[in-house]
Design a protein around this ligand. Structure first.
Ligand code: IMP
Length: 437
């Protein structure tokens, strides 16, 4: 029997999923990424070495773990190659399997992403510029997308040319290599009549083939059907690793300021090829306050010294883009909605220690702020619930009453700075899983 735990971000991403996933990955047999692309990112420190991952699942540092890039992931082959090579330099060969169904992010998607954002000006989404959105558009278009199985196939050159042909007008609009054709009429471009344009397209196709040569060589042997692995009952523990956060879901989040894959529990089902009833628990990761990068509504955003203080103490700068994150108080109204739409069964609270120096802590409840007294103590050395000051306990008890059972509380960046709640330990033990870190 397999225990399937789905980990999802409960806010706008950057909730500190990385540390929690990494901790749990150590006990997992399978760690499977279900969505997002290299727009996500987290850093893992192991044996004093720092690893920055954007695409690789969190279990790659453990020998016993099978790591899966699921059908829902937007896969940039060049970025994945970089990450794999980075690991190999450190003497690590990850046990990685890539779903043939995962759609690719190609060179042109990055250009489309940047071009579209530049055109939107003040109205821009504030994307990470990784090309995730345009790759998802291509999935919806169907004929204009390439998948991992195409990368691994001998027909790759033909498929590449067929896709590029379909994308001709957008290439001319957004890709620097095609800028010189912007003087042509739209009819000429659409009919692909111009000799220079035909040659330009072939030159670009050849350039792409060359650019992706090493990636194809490294990734081809890793492309394999993953459905039998995620459904293999001999695995004791499958960890579904979500990216971003539920409020960035294109259907359920703050549309149009959202990402393009589905960072929700439902998204994890299609992103891994599992049904809703295959999931035993959904863990929602919430920061003890809230942050957001990019544009879009953020009800509890702070524009005062408290906001700056949260950013400074919490080191709130984007892992992928380095952008300063917008900071605000915990939004309970939003968290209730997130718990509802994801069937969250366990709440994990991260970065509680960032609130150590605040005299008062606010939470948005029913459209108004409720205030809690701060604890003005360093939580970094707390290891058990009993170690927490009464004010911190009161804050967490309130969230628990409103949202549900607490599984893990993080009180600092290192793995040791973690409180695992007895009820969650018991739940894992019922599946014969013990967490050791
Ligand atoms: P995209 O996913 O690059 O298209 O960006 C769309 C929105 O999602 C922007 O507001 C990004 O800042 C946000 N976003 C994408 N990935 C992450 C992430 O990993 N953490 C936080 N925000 C993200």
């Amino acid at each position: 029997m397999t225990y399937v735990l789905s980990i999802i971000g409960g806010q706008f991403g950057d909730e500190g999923k990385g540390k929690i996933t990494d901790m749990l990955a150590k006990s997992a047999d399978v760690v499977a990424r279900s969505g997002g692309g290299n727009n996500a990112g987290h850093t893992i420190v192991k044996d004093g070495k720092k690893f920055a991952f954007h695409l690789l699942p969190s279990g790659v540092l453990y020998d016993h773990t099978i790591n899966i890039i699921g059908p829902g992931v937007k896969l940039d082959p060049l970025k994945l190659l970089e990450e794999i090579e980075g690991l190999k330099k450190q003497g690590i060969s990850p046990n990685l399997k890539i779903s043939p169904r995962a759609h690719l992010i190609m060179d042109w998607h990055r250009e489309f992403d940047k071009g579209a954002e530049a055109r939107l000006g003040d109205q821009k989404i504030g994307t990470t510029g990784c090309g995730v959105g345009p790759s998802t558009e291509a999935t919806a278009n169907r004929k204009a997308s390439l998948r991992a199985q195409d990368l691994a196939s001998d027909d790759f050159p033909q498929k590449l040319r067929s896709v590029l042909n379909l994308l001709l007008t957008r290439l001319v609009e957004y890709h620097p290599s095609f800028k010189k054709f912007q003087k042509l009429s739209i009819e000429t471009i659409l009919r692909c009549e111009d000799k220079d344009l035909i040659d330009g397209l072939e030159d670009y196709a050849k350039k792409i083939e060359e650019m992706y040569l090493s990636a194809i060589k490294t990734l081809k042997p890793l492309v394999t059907e993953i459905i039998s692995i995620v459904h293999d009952k001999k695995h004791k523990f499958l960890l579904g690793e979500g990216a971003q956060g539920a409020m960035l879901d294109p259907l359920l989040g703050t549309f149009p300021d959202v990402t393009s894959t589905h960072p929700t529990a439902g998204g994890m089902c299609i992103g891994l090829g599992i049904g809703p009833l295959d999931i035993d628990d959904v863990m929602g990761i919430f920061k003890a306050y809230e942050t957001r990068v990019g544009s879009g509504p953020f009800e509890t955003e702070l524009f005062d010294q408290d906001g700056e203080k949260l950013r400074d103490i919490g080191r709130e700068f984007g892992t992928t883009t380095g952008r300063p994150r917008r900071c605000g108080w915990f939004n309970l109204d939003e968290a209730r909605y997130v718990c509802q739409i994801n069937s969250i069964s366990w709440i994990t609270l991260t970065k509680l220690d960032v609130l150590d120096d605040f005299d008062s802590i606010k939470v948005l409840v029913d459209g108004r702020y409720k205030e809690f007294p701060g604890w003005n103590k360093d939580l970094g050395s707390c290891r058990d619930w009993e170690d927490l000051p009464s004010e911190a306990k009161a804050y967490i008890e309130f969230l628990k009453k409103e949202l549900g059972d607490i599984s893990i509380i993080s009180v600092g960046p290192s793995v040791e700075q973690t409180i695992i709640m007895p009820a969650f330990k018991k739940r894992l033990e019922s599946f014969k899983i013990s967490i050791d870190f």
